[in-house]
Ligand binder design. Structure first.
Ligand SMILES: [Zn+2]
Ligand SMILES: [Zn+2]
Length: 304
């Protein structure tokens, strides 16, 4: 299960109701801030989630509407919030610009009280928790070096307690081995095959997050059968030419991707202030009914 909290849902510039791109994905005790547009720290306060353990930041790309908030956030971390490490993860192009912002503008030679790690990644798994992974994939937007993020719980097989009872498997380390898929030799000398106490594989929850994107054809595979796809919808079809010119999606393009990939739930964000929310929703709903247009401070729970 994941929770996603939208801190900012506006495209390019803030509107009266929407701040710039930022969202938090939570899984157990893990928290990831994805993008950090200007004003993000105030949204963190408004949302009530607090700054604690909010020191792993994933960046989709280096456009200013996705990174400018890092300057203020670092400034706050330096003065008010005790954290040991700030880790900012993204592709090279984004990190170069973030480096300039943090070291050239905020720090200017000052020594921060915490370690700052700019971690360059490419496509593939870059974070592994006990029961889930986070991986990056390429996204086509203006310029190279745009990444999307896939949060994926590991497939697991439930332990069949009744079967274990019937086989007389005592509580203790033997059960732990069997849960991990290893055969266990009991004190009475019998060896138990894990197959006899594990149920059928259960695929974990998958949450796909795409920031800005110009095309969707290369996103179908990663989004296939996802429990939730979060993606931008900057334009409506009536301005599809502009969408193409600036390498953004229309609500219709996002909905068509969701339908083609067979996702369960679609959440649109990065909404332009040129449109009414209900028009964005209507355009997407006509193609993919299970869609929401995120508002600032909305929270969604994503389960299988
Ligand atoms: Zn953007
Ligand atoms: Zn962009």
């Amino acid at each position: 299960m994941y929770e996603i909290i939208f801190l900012g849902t506006s495209a390019s510039a803030p509107s009266a109701r929407r701040g710039l791109a930022a969202q938090v994905v939570k899984h157990d005790e893990y928290r990831f801030l994805i993008d950090c547009g200007e004003g993000t720290q105030r949204q963190i306060l408004q949302s009530g989630i607090g700054f604690k353990r909010l020191n792993t930041i994933l960046i989709t790309h280096g456009h200013l509407d996705h990174i400018l908030g890092l300057a203020g956030l670092l400034s706050t971390f330096m003065r008010w919030e005790a954290i040991e490490e700030l880790e900012i993860i993204g592709a090279r192009g984004a990190l170069e610009r973030i480096h300039d912002l943090l070291y050239g503008v905020v720090l200017r030679g000052a020594q921060p009280p915490m370690s700052i790690r700019l971690r360059e990644i490419g496509p593939g798994v870059f974070f592994e928790g006990e029961d889930f992974t986070v991986s990056a994939f390429n996204v086509s937007h203006r310029g190279a070096d745009c990444l999307g993020y896939l949060f994926e719980e590991k497939t697991r097989r439930p332990f069949l307690a009744e079967a274990a009872e019937a086989l007389g498997i005592p509580a203790g380390p033997w059960r732990k081995d069997l849960v991990a898929g290893r055969p266990a030799t009991l004190p009475d000398g019998r060896t138990i095959d894990p197959e006899s106490v594990l149920g059928p594989a259960r695929v974990g929850t998958r949450l796909v997050h795409v920031g800005d994107a110009g095309v969707t054809s290369n996103l179908v595979d990663v989004a296939r059968d996802a429990d939730c796809l979060v993606i931008e919808a900057t334009y409506l079809e009536e301005e599809a030419d502009m969408a193409r010119q600036y390498a953004h999606l229309t609500a219709r393009m996002a909905a068509e991707l969701a339908a083609t990939a067979g996702v369960k739930k679609l959440i649109l964000t990065h909404i332009s202030r040129r449109y009414r929310e209900k028009d964005v929703l209507a355009e997407a709903e006509a193609i993919f009914p299970n869609v929401s247009v995120a508002r600032d401070l909305d929270m969604f729970t994503i389960t299988r």
